[in-house]
Write a protein that binds this ligand. Sequence first.
Ligand code: 13P
Length: 232
Amino acid sequence: MLIAGNWKMFKGPSDAAAFCRDLRDADLPDGVDVVVCPPYVSLADAVQVLAGTEIGVFAQNCHWAEDGAFTGEVSAGMLRELGVYGTIVGHSERRQYFGETDETVAKRTEAALAAGLHVIACVGETEAEREAGETETVIRRQVSVLDADESLVVAYEPVWAIGTGKTATPQIAQDAHALIKSLIDVPVLYGGSVKPDNAAELMGQPAVDGALVGGASLDVESFAAICTAART
Ligand code: 13P
């Protein structure tokens, strides 16, 4: 099981350091891999505070070039130099608001893996796509640009469940995960309004290998509770 906390654009360096100190001291279960994904500016503090622990630090995105004229972007090599262990790629907020496409997601994933980072690549349909009966087509298209790799994990995040409090039913998650696993042989995380009170049921589905948690990962107590729920 892997539980990753995607902080999105929350927690600058001092808040991140304080959170990581509390997380370091929290009672986290054995057998569950725990990862936090702070904003770029807070990565160094998170890495420093969590050094020597089992808790990994991931970025939220990563460019495909080693360096170059790409204002606002950060490369895999730069993240590695900071001691960052992996990165999220292709989050739906990147796809929705920042023009990320399947093609750029593929390039970012490939470059990050080649540079030695672990990758959580996100896929998932919008509400309109689900209502139009296009869920399977969308997932197949998004997954088709990814190649299995021992450092790759896919996160299924239905866009209609992100930040809405509208969690996918365990059956919806199971069906989507089973589809993804039939296309690519990697662990699959569920993301979308995962909370302490729904985590155990979601994590109990056979094709669910962990969670990518947004809002509920911003509080140490609820994040630790989700990690604990993942073990049971
Ligand atoms: P929420 O848990 O806030 O719905 O966010 C999910 C998500 O987007 C994680 O990447």
